[in-house]
Design a protein around this ligand. Sequence first.
Ligand code: CDP
Length: 570
Amino acid sequence: MKINLSANAITVLEKRYLSKKGTKVVETPQDMFRRVAKNIAQVEKDFGGDKKTQKIMEDRFYDLMTSLDFLPNSPTLMNAGKELQQLAACFVLPVEDSMDSIFETIKNAALIHKSGGGTGFSFSRLRPTNDRVLSTGGIASGPISFMKVFNSATEVVKQGGTRRGANMAILKVDHPDILEFITSKQNNEELTNFNISVGLTEEFMDAVMDGAEYPLVNPRDNKVVEKVSARKVFNMIVESAHKNGEPGIVFLDRINDENPTPNYGEIESTNPCGEQPLLPYEACNLGSINLSNMVENGQINFEKLKKTVEISIRFLDNTLQASNYPLKKIQDMVLTNRKVGLGVMGFADCLIKLEIPYNSDKAINTAEKIMEFIQHHSKIYSQELAEQRGSFAGFDESVYPQKGIYMMRNATTTTIAPTGSISIIANASSGVEPLFAVCYKRNVLDNESLVEVHPLFEQIAKSRGFYSEELMEKIAQQGSVKGLKEVPEDIQKLFVTAHEIEPRRHIEIQSAFQRHTDNAVSKTVNFKAEATKEDIAEVFLESYKLKCKGVTVYRDGSRDAQVLTVGDND
Ligand code: CDP
């Protein structure tokens, strides 16, 4: 079967995914999908599947991917069926308050990066700067200086020889070094291999609402060091995020309230892009359904979506089994809880096909309807798999039996990833984000950029007779079609871009997806350059009220190198 790959998809595949001998690409995209499908289908034999079943599943997985209805996270595409065989994108490692633990974790993070995974850490257990070090009588360096060591180690290790490692650092808001943490990325040259997020607690948010103080606590002895104004700290986070998008925030208590396996510990961190909260030593395999492909004749084909959910969950459960893990401890944790994260991409494209503007109430209802459906069927299928393969090992101690559920193959089934690379391969809009621009340049590979006209826009412009090269050029300069007299008004509304969408609407969409997602939702609220600190504060508070698990903001032009740019200023 011919795969409908865009020129950009082929560029990205050749650069990073297809097998090479030296610098020569020795695999076609078909070969790659066949390699992955075969490898993931082999797992069927562990559950009594004979050769015939394996072949049937291989073909189904192959069709699933080559139709671009679903793609697994990048490490699976890159590594399945190869020597490395490390298939997971997300890991969290513990950082305890000792030199041994810190440097052990730096080593383990390097091993994970080398295998194509990203790592998240909580630095909240480290004693603060200038605290006592008993063994030497010296003073402690504090979390931020250790983050710099992690950052340097990451700098020298390339992920699977293809991309630089990505890290998440989380510090709880009651850590004495929190102010230093909040501003630790204000210089764009610092901690370049980290995303940072402040871990907010309910206690802190209550204090913000009440205009009260809250305690900073030394994690070494749990003693209160001082009390500070919650609003002052909140405003610092806002100011810093306004400057360059860092830090983000995560609501840790909320994440733990929904931790399906609390007996295995507290969740203190997420993966690098924030969508996957994990226990220390857990990893997670992600995969995303291309919603654009679920629309037929202006309607969502729910029967197709259901079938796609089922086969995708089976695929992801198989990957847990097929994967090699960089550490035995990680393997044990993964096979205990068997977390997978099925999500979506192409949501904005799907809305366009349904003729629903992203910034409308109908879009929120559609988000909710789709994700509720995916969540529901992913759970039913995970139960079906449990009947054939058994529940995840930690099931008895999980929250499921208390809810009257008797079997479940996976502790979690849903996560909404950013789909940064796989959405390029699928030629779909990324994750649940709105269109960034109707025509734009995309900086994909270090210093290379690709020019793109949105395929649905091109199609509509041609069929409605307003397509011209000059118009596309003009749109590429300004990104949006708003106010262009050449573009009919209904099309202007339908092709609304991120910066034209009220920040509140971004959060409402995120929240609609979050209501039906086990893990978290990757979403950046994009602001225009002229957005104020108050605008940022409002979005943070809104994300709290609407029960998101965290949020990231970005104000246009506030960082030098952006992934997506409009115009030719890059
Ligand atoms: O599209 P792709 O599968 O490459 O990844 P994504 O959906 O953009 O990101 C999913 C997760 O992959 C991130 O949250 C990270 O855990 C990991 N990742 C990474 O380790 N390094 C990157 N350069 C990008 C993503």
